[in-house]
Design a protein around this ligand. Sequence first.
Ligand code: CO8
Length: 206
Amino acid sequence: MSAVTTSEVGHDQVAAAAELTEATRRLMLAAATTDLDPDEVRAAGRAMDALTRTLSARSRPRALRAPFDGPADARAGGPDSPWRSFAYNPQAFPLEMHFDGRSARARTTANSLYEGPPGLVHGGFTAHLLDSLLGTLTQSLGLRAVTATLDLRYLAPTPLDVPLDLHARVVDTTGRRTRAEGWIEHDGVRTVEAHGLFIDITGRTR
Ligand SMILES: CCCCCCCC(=O)SCCNC(=O)CCNC(=O)[C@H](O)C(C)(C)COP(=O)(O)OP(=O)(O)OC[C@H]1O[C@@H](n2cnc3c(N)ncnc32)[C@H](O)[C@@H]1OP(=O)(O)O
């Protein structure tokens, strides 16, 4: 079944979905870090199950998603016009991206939900962040491309709970192949860098 995009539902429904997604992320963090007594934790779990039943009364087959042109529209608004990735999917790590020429940047903080080694961000989540930033940058340039390769170098530990700066740029495009690179830094120290190859799938039906 085809995905439902935000261009197919009303503005207020889109806004409500974004608010619910943020509330769900707050709930996930609270659930992961609560130190309440066992009885209170179980009561909270029952309350959550009741909410799950309420929300499931009418469902879509997939999470609501942004239309393909969304990042390009944000780019057209200039570097001060942000694009918010994963605004309707609480499982994914959201990013507020800014595009400028063939570059993109974002600033975020990873909380306890993204922990790998104690106090540090899991390498799978930093890969997710860089794939999102590089992939959305290519998408913002109008390329309908998917990741063919993503080479990562974990240079230094990426800490939780502090501002992380992400950068990406398109290196070149030849035929269907676009190469892009990006990195994450904290306090001027580069912790992860990525080189990606994105292949244009224009014309492919699935
Ligand atoms: C917030 C939103 C996030 C947005 C960003 C998310 C990005 C993603 O995560 S996308 C999901 C992950 N990626 C995928 O699922 C892709 C799965 N793979 C595929 O669909 C296909 O293998 C695909 C499209 C990459 C290539 O298949 P196909 O269209 O048949 O291309 P094919 O004809 O084999 O190759 C095309 C060109 O790419 C090259 N190529 C393809 N794959 C690779 C590869 N892995 N390494 C190097 N080169 C490759 C080929 O050599 C060929 O080059 P040339 O044109 O110079 O001869």
